[in-house]
Structures are given as C-alpha cells and as structure tokens.
Design a protein around this ligand. Sequence first.
Ligand code: XIL
Length: 369
Amino acid sequence: MNIRKGILVALAVSLFFASCSSSIKTTGAKPISAKGLKDYYKDFFPIGVAVAPRMLHGEDSVLIVNQFNSLTAENAMKMGPIHPRENEYYWKDADSIAAFAKKHRMRLRGHNLCWHAQAPSWMFQTATGDTVTKEVVLQRLKDHITTVVNRYKDYVYGWDVVNEAIDDRDSIFYRPSAWYKICGEEFIAKAFEYAHAADPKAVLFYNDYNTENPKKREKIYEMVKKLKEAGVPIHGVGLQGHWSVNNPSGEELRKSIQLFSSLGLQVQVTELDVSVYAGRQGGQLVQGRSDTTSNFTPEMEQQQRDQYKMFFDVFRQYKNKLTGVTFWNVSDRYSWLDGRGRKNYPLLFDTKRQPKKAYWDVVNFKAAK
Ligand code: XIL
C-alpha cells in the first residue's frame, strides 16, 4: 500500500472514531480551556507531543488537538518497528500518525533514522548470522533512510537523523554501538547525507540526552562542528529534555542552547519530561531524592512546578534559537518513565488528563517579549 492509500485508510479510521466519540459525548474529555499550550506559545515556538496510534482517538486525541500543534511518533517511525525485516516495512502505525497530523494541520517531526536502540538485529547480520561489513551496513542504512524519508516527505518537516551517538562516560567519545563498531564515526555523516538526498527540504537534527552535562555538551559540540566544517547537511541539535526536578540548572541549559546555536544551528527540546525522582546527569547520580514512593507528594509537586517554570522562562528567552518544544507523552496517565518499578508524574497533565499547577505556571507568563 502506498502512503496515499495508507493515509486514506488511516483517515477513514480516525473519522469513524471521531463520529463514535461525538455520539458518546459524555465520556469524551471536554476542552479544558479555550486556549491550549500551542496558543499561549504561538509567538514563541510550536509545542509538540510524542504519541502512539492508540492516543489518536478518544480522550487523549481531544487533549492532543486542543493543546499541541506538533506531533512526534513515540516509536512508530523507529527503525525496528517500521523496518522489522530486510524486505518488509510496517507502515500502518506511522501512517496513522502522519494522517492525524495532516488532518489537524499539525507539524510532524520524524523520529528517528539511526539509533543504537530499537534497531532491528537483521541490520547488522548476514543470513548466516555473521556481522556484516561496513559496505553492507551503510547500503542498508541508505536504503532504509531513503525509503522512510521519501514516504513521509510531504508530512514530516524535519528528522532526528542520528540519535544518541555520543557516550556518557567522560573518557569515551562515541558510544560503542553496533553502528560505530562496524563503521566507525562515518555512519553519522552518511546518515545525514542519505536523509538530505531523500528530502533536501527537511531540517536535519542530531538528537541526544544529558546535553547539559558539561563534558557531554563539549563532545556533542565538537562532533557537530566537525560535521558542519566537512559540509555535512546538519541543521539542528535536539536536546531531548528528559530532565528531573534536580537537573539541569538554568545556567547549564542556557550554556547548551547558546553553544549549539553558536554553530548556526537551530535548537529544539525534543522529548521533554520532568521526572519527580532524582535524575542522573552524565552518569553521576545527582544529589536529591532517592525514595521510591509512588505518590505525587506536595513536595514533588512544588519542585516540579519550580523546575517547569524555570525551563519555560529560559525557552522563551531563547525563542530566536529554539524552533520547537516537544513533550514526551501526553499526560501522567501514561509515561514511558513509568516502566521502572514506580509511577512517575513527569508531564503537565495529571492522570485524569487535567492541567496540573505546573501547567498554569508555564502558560501564565508576562506577555512582554
Ligand atoms: C522510548 C519510548 O518512549 C518507549 O516507549 C520505548 O520503549 C523506548 O524508547 N530517547 C529517545 C526516545 O530518543 O526514542 C525514547 O523513547 C526515550 C529516550
């Protein structure tokens, strides 16, 4: 099925669900206010959210449409899910997200084209199970990137091309992933070149976490600078923004935005959430809470409010450098951070999909720009 057919099917399915939900109005989430995050921030940058296809109908979809004007596929466009076997692509989930974005006139970020995690094992193996050569893996990477970028080129405005290639340990530069072990650092430049060839209009990002850790920030800067100097088509750096109530500080965040944008690159916060537990930064446990309680305590709430307010104060100050802020999941009802033996509460909407106090801290800012 080509993308037009795939997206028509996805549109028909979403219209069906829309008509179902309008006939059972009482169970549907009512708009929480006339304005959403996207409206409060319309003079600053788009506000996005990472979604799974199941969120595109029912109550999550109401919240998504009211609050956000950009989408990212939480998993559906990653290499493993979308390209499970060498000659087989699985388009359904990604198509449904692309169709929803188009229907609601939302932007769509592509995530991601090359990552050590959620990469299919066939990518690195021969039919007999040996490790493939550099030539083979680069050809496979090229085929993958060309096919995926081409399919979504009328939908996706920009891609996280390479995700998390830098190591967290101070003494190690590149992460020793299968990509790196087989190709050396060359896979990074190649991935950007393949993506640019497939869609010359797409904005291409390097995306990583712990980007506010001084050592890791420096390594990312060095790598990106080298890529730019070599003429590699790279246009932005994504700060994932998997942060916590303890870190990073406003100062470290500012330094990262300034340093990366000093290379003439745009910066986006691509996967924002604020864990209520002590975070790790650069492999070191940051001082702070170490309990494992599952309740969202008043103390956590206050710390998280302060942290969210500070982050958005900084984001607004850098509106000329920041071209997007995307949350990683919709509400505390479900977050990828839950799967670690304890419930987390990292987002701006609570488990009932209602705005938390932190939401109001983020949107009630002085209009002075
Ligand atoms: C996460 C998803 O949220 C999970 O559902 C999945 O099991 C693992 O990946 N950095 C990234 C994202 O770039 O793709 C990750 O998403 C979170 C960390």
